[in-house]
Design a protein around this ligand. Structure first.
Ligand code: BGC
Length: 481
């Protein structure tokens, strides 16, 4: 639950700061806290935006049909490659589907440098092809006679026109390669694979949320949605074709299709989200201002930067790290003034610090941000700011789930939601805070955890992409088992 006034006053007192620090904390607690009423209002708007996106093209929440129809049976078998691009790392995975909901994976990871993220798309595709080449050699698959089907998890807004065709509409999460927007990422990758004569065919293009949903559904048949809460944020869910009013591609085999919502763009119009000046500053300074507003409030790429913006504001007001009249150039830190220098992983470490004198927080500030001689009161302030930003993110993410579930309805047996991403997996209390918000949003259910089951779908998108490649290959009539 959000703070009551009395709780809030006690929490502020416990920080033990000066009256000016107390006053500041009181204000930001108000700015960052989301009441149940806020959450309900946001859910209502979220549901309206879902409807709009299902009705016509070009809406803020794009609601992109994935061309993945129906659910999987869990009996699928075969060997598939999956490629995951869009988070911090590039991953190549060899997935062996064994049927009965079981699978095995072997994978390799490579970092995508800033130069590749911002250079020509051709360079990025050549780099990916090189990684695949090395992986195939390691796995003894380089001379395979028939082509290996590859499921390409490309985690950016792509308007799909087929299971393995689409056009990139914009970059997100710090990527800005030239020569890619308006083009088909599958063709660009397939060309790079051909340049290297690799026996690989890109047979499916999948958003990571769609992949996560599919892999979760492989052994949890009541799966309704897949979410990524990591570097970026987004969700996919199973929709009735009859509700997708904009669908113009004729009859489908199944009455359902997975929708890639691209909910990171929710409320770019700023009608429901209570944005603070710290969010506005981040948005203005980002490489994609005015877009992905919701994502910027809930995903790992941005949370640390929001915290940094608050801390810098306090420094400027002489409320932190060198209070009035005590400026000491020896303790000055360039890092705290550098954009993106405060990583979301620092917030995790700070939030999990339960030592009495907050020694872990002190350590993070010292070693990662070059802030020495930080007092316990200052550590408590940093911890509280991290908590406010982290909690707001979890509550907003829960509201998106509430929107999806309210749109679809909760069946008696409840629904499973598969979630992947570093925030959900590692950030302390993220899941608990999500459940708290869900309980507030669904007071009619006495224990929401039994009705909306949030589960970690670790590395699900790779397996999901392989499953999609399997479905696509089957549809083409190729024998895959
Ligand atoms: C992208 C989505 C993706 C999400 C999670 C967002 O920035 O637009 O396509 O699913 O990040 O990776």
């Amino acid at each position: 639950m959000p703070f009551s006034d009395a709780q809030e006053a006690t929490e502020i007192k416990e920080i033990g700061g000066s009256p000016a620090q107390e006053e500041y904390m009181k204000n930001i607690i108000n700015e960052f806290s989301l009441t149940t009423e806020h959450l309900c209002k946001i859910r209502t708007r979220f549901m309206k935006e879902m409807d709009k996106g299902l009705e016509k093209e070009g809406c803020t929440v794009a609601m992109i049909p994935s061309y993945v129809e129906g659910r999987l049976t869990g009996h699928e078998r075969g060997q598939f490659l999956a490629l995951d691009l869009g988070g911090t790392n590039l991953r190549v995975v060899l997935v062996t589907l064994e049927g009965e909901g079981k699978f095995k994976t072997v994978s390799t990871k490579a970092r995508v440098s800033d130069a590749l993220k911002n250079g020509p798309m051709r360079n990025l595709c050549d780099y990916i092809a090189e990684c695949i080449d090395t992986f195939l050699t390691e796995q003894g698959l380089e001379d395979k006679e028939s082509e290996l089907p590859l499921g390409y998890t490309f985690s950016f807004p792509v308007l799909q026109t087929k299971i393995n065709r689409g056009t990139l509409s914009q970059w997100t999460k710090g990527f800005a390669c030239t020569g890619a927007i308006g083009k088909d990422p599958v063709m660009l990758l397939q060309d790079a694979l051909l340049r290297k004569h690799l026996p690989v065919k890109v047979s499916a293009l999948v958003n990571d949320t769609v992949g996560t949903l599919l892999s979760n559904a492989y052994n949890k048949p009541n799966t309704l949605a897949g979410l990524i809460l990591g570097t970026g944020a987004n969700g996919a869910y199973i929709e009735k074709i009859s509700n997708i009013k904009k669908w113009k591609d004729g009859p489908t085999k199944s009455p359902e299709m997975i929708i890639n919502m691209e909910f990171g763009a929710f409320d770019n119009e700023r009608q429901a989200l209570p944005l603070t000046r710290f969010d506005n500053k981040l948005d203005r300074e980002s490489i994609n201002p005015h877009s992905q507003i919701f994502e910027k409030m809930i995903s790992g790429m941005y949370l640390g930067e929001i915290v940094r913006n608050v801390l810098v504001d306090m420094i400027d007001r002489e409320l932190l790290f060198s209070p009035k009249g005590t400026f000491n150039p020896n303790v000055w830190s360039k890092e705290i003034s550098t954009m993106w220098a405060f990583e979301t992983s620092f917030m995790s470490k700070i939030e999990e610090d339960d030592t009495e004198n907050l020694s872990q927080t002190k350590e993070v500030l010292d070693t990662s941000l070059n802030l020495s001689n930080v007092s316990v009161v200052e550590c408590r302030i940093v911890k509280k700011v991290s908590e406010l930003v982290g909690k707001r993110a979890a509550r907003l993410a829960a509201t998106a789930i509430a929107g999806i579930v309210s749109h679809c309805g909760i069946p008696d047996e409840g629904v499973d939601i598969g979630i992947d991403g570093s925030l959900f997996e590692f950030y302390p209390s993220f899941k608990t805070r999500m459940y708290e918000a869900l309980q507030e949003l669904f007071p009619e259910h006495s224990d929401i955890r039994t009705k909306i089951r949030l589960g970690l779908a670790k590395d699900g998108s790779g397996v999901g992409a392989a499953l999609t490649a399997c479905v696509a290959t089957k549809a083409e009539g190729t024998k895959v088992v």
